[in-house]
Design a protein around this ligand. Structure first.
Ligand SMILES: Nc1ncnc2[nH]cnc12
Ligand SMILES: [Zn+2]
Length: 350
């Protein structure tokens, strides 16, 4: 397999970088499918389902997307998801995202979904999973994009409710590859979900968790040591703890970083101060992802191009981030090699 030393990155000047970032094949490992609901689709589904939206129109809703922290976003994000009722709604939402992902040269994606956001409104887990899964099957067949699903537990709810959700989802075990932990981080440390993650591990599910988005390095440690997750979602607060940085680098624990999300949720005051470059310099398996693209101002390529423009990262880091996205994914080794070959081909001929 090629390494970063295979390529002469110096011949790719800054002007051509946006085109390279767009063209390179990549995996997206951190996106919430409910966070891909564009205002236009929210209003279309609201009309179709007779659900009322407390905003006059698309523009008024978009104007409300001014967030001061994670919670201020989550309040409006859960309200937006209330228009989703039928299997076809979940299919339409996922299909819209998958088409955009294909246009960004995303060749593989691992999509989070939040069943509790829907079961709380009386929508069956089966409705959610079947609609999303059908879109994944069609993405492979019609777009050549491989797509997997990761079920997330809402951490502001109890561990007992997480267990109930797992029970409801287990009849559809073949349609999702793993579990994650999302929603309000502060005050809800990973260890709150120790038992349910242990059970998921016994079941052979892959494990990830949001940690170190707004929360302290201690939450990243407990996601690793208590929940035994294989990837950390966000993890940008890890730079505050040198021992944690060493652990992440040594164990090659991927961090699924979401720069535009961090900007919109005021984790960093501006993109120029984002620590993506520092994470890469420290040898971490950092990746770039869109988190909730409909709310944060861009899909994955927008995250790449805006972050590179603001921070001065170059072609070497572009290759590394794409390579990291394949390394950090839950696909098998031969599929990873095939994607790496495609990546190297683009860099060799660009
Ligand atoms: N950025 C984020 N952090 C935590 N939970 C989320 N759910 C959707 N987006 C999220
Ligand atoms: Zn997230």
């Amino acid at each position: 397999m090629a390494t970063s030393t295979t390529h002469d990155f110096g011949r790719i000047d800054a002007q051509r970088l946006p085109e390279l970032l767009r063209r390179m094949p990549k995996a997206e490992l951190h996106m919430h499918i409910e966070g891909s609901l564009e205002p236009e689709l929210i209003f279309a589904l609201a009309r179709r389902n007779g659900v009322s939206v407390p905003y006059a129109d698309v523009e008024a809703l978009r104007k409300a997307y001014a967030f001061s922290n994670l919670q201020s976003f989550l309040d409006i994000y859960y309200a937006g998801a209330s228009v989703l009722l039928t299997e076809q709604d979940f299919y339409d939402m996922a299909w819209a995202y998958l088409q955009r992902a294909a246009a960004d040269n995303v060749v593989h994606t691992e999509m989070f979904f939040d069943p509790q956001t829907h079961t709380a409104r009386g929508v069956a887990v089966e409705t959610v999973i079947n609609g999303l899964h059908r879109a994944c099957v069609d993405a492979q067949a019609q777009l050549g994009v491989s797509a997997l699903l990761i079920l997330c537990f809402l951490r502001h709810l109890s561990e007992r409710e997480a267990f109930e959700t797992l029970e409801q989802a287990l009849p559809f075990r073949d349609k999702f590859i793993g579990v994650g932990l999302d929603s309000s981080e502060l005050g809800h440390p990973p260890e709150k979900f120790a038992q349910v993650f242990a059970r998921c591990r016994e079941l052979g599910l892959r494990l990830v968790a949001h940690a170190g988005e707004e929360g302290p390095p201690a939450y990243v440690w407990s996601a690793l040591d208590v929940l035994k997750v294989e990837r950390i979602d966000h993890g940008v607060q890890s730079v505050k703890d040198p021992a944690l940085m060493q652990r992440l680098a040594q164990d090659r624990i991927p961090l699924t970083v979401c720069p535009l999300s961090n900007l919109k949720l005021c984790v960093f005051p501006d993109l120029a101060q984002h620590n993506l470059g520092a994470l890469l310099d420290a040898g971490l398996v950092a990746t770039v992802n869109s988190d909730d693209p409909a709310y944060f101002g861009g899909y994955v390529n927008q995250n790449f191009t805006e972050t590179f423009a603001a921070t001065g990262l170059g072609a070497r880091q572009a290759w590394q981030l794409a390579a990291n996205s394949f390394e950090g994914s839950f696909i098998d080794a031969s599929a990873k090699r095939a994607y790496m070959d495609r990546l190297d081909q683009v860099f060799a001929t660009f």
